[in-house]
Write a protein that binds this ligand. Sequence first.
Ligand code: PAF
Length: 283
Amino acid sequence: MKICRTIESLSSALSSVGQQSIGFVPTMGFLHAGHLSLVEKCRQENDLAVVSIYVNPAQFAPNEDLNRYPRDPDRDIALLEKERTDLLFMPDAMEIYPPGYETYIRVEGLEAALCGKSRPRHFRGVATVVLKLFNLVGPQRAYFGQKDAQQAIIILRMVRDLHLPVQVRVLPIVRDSDGLAMSSRNVYLTPVERRAALHLPKALGNAAALIHDGVRDDAAIKKTMADELAKDPLVCIDYIAMVRLQDLADLVAVEPGNTLIAAAVHVGKTRLIDNLLLGDLSC
Ligand code: PAF
């Protein structure tokens, strides 16, 4: 696996790619099985698999966990070697946002919903870095996880709106054996917090069971989730939402094939998200 730490070395490594197709998995590192499922699919569908590791300062608010975000580059490199990644782009912060940097991408409307309410500049940072990475890597396909469903929807819209020549592939949530969706931030949880966090996938499971039984009404679905999350005082709800996939507008009833049920909670100092997708997120 070739490791590039500068934009110059990345473009020189990519200059010999020729007609080979490039698949790309952008990450912030501290890789887990969810990331590796993206890399595996990327390998299967493309001639070359390119991964980036970059903890993007622009998507963290000043009060968030940028400085303590978990990092283990040596472990990440070993995991990516094992997945037969061709190229790893691991730039320094200054490579991506040099002094005088001024340009940001806003996917208006979509960025303001769900997580955008409590993280108002988060998706501006995500869209900006993803567009910059697309420009630098030039992939035919890029891979994202469904766990960050709003992120995936925003990137799909950015690609459509800006006519970017990239196919966005959104792959299913990978869960630990206890049901918790894989996330680099799970490492923050103490054993007691982790047990409390399990009410989040359980709440979504309860919602799925209600829908399976024919319930469609948003209030009933949100209530079953809120009841589950209320079982542990360590769980503090940020939001529970049922929205339409295209525009993230609130729904009053499930629209088959077009609905996202999403929740965000705080458990101690850790913010966790998870969702239930009743539809397809790809282009
Ligand atoms: O999902 C993530 O890890 C990040 O938001 C991403 C897409 C790598 C952009 O920094």
